[in-house]
Design a protein. Sequence first.
Length: 223
Amino acid sequence: MNYNFRFNALLPYTEEIIRGIGVTLQLTCLTMAIALVIGLFVALARMSGNGALRGVARVYVEGIRNTPLLVQLFIVFFGLPSVGIRLDAYLAAIIGLSINVGAYASEILRAGIQSIRPSQIEAGRALGMTAGQTFRSVVLFPAIKAIYPALASQFVLLLLATSVVSSLGVGELFHQAVFIDSRTYRSFEAYTLITVTYRVLTLAVLALFSLVDWLVFVRRPRA
């Protein structure tokens, strides 16, 4: 093998890599926030006493979870203009990712809510709490504690899945790698660097989630 490794050829593109990291993190955080809101409403719909609501929510969850993310993104970005709705690549990426992750988040949230014993909810109502107060004080925090590891994993999976939106032309991390490769013709170096960058990002995110877990759920205030 006579390949001459030249990672220094990527140094002029440091700004592009940093920009790609910023877009990737921004996409991930915005999408996760929107997906959690979608997921909460869908989870409540799945558990409601209204059969029509349960049916619509189930169709949404099963439809999204059993079709490819790339197809969903293409429908939003390339399909919607056919019916008069035009979105720029970044907004289409946010919408497509949010719809996709929302389906997975709804199942995680539903599992967390259903993990709360009915006796706890009854105790809250017996204390005179309204349904909303009972949900916020008795159900939501313990449910989040139960599903926190799953939500952390979903966040990491979403961070990695943002690479798919490069197909729409969004300038996230993987898109920058393709750009650098096209300019330097150093494919191995460009994609190795991006792989290492993704790994560093995931480790940093997991460390942050572990810190939050310790501060919020593990640590107890001193007596």
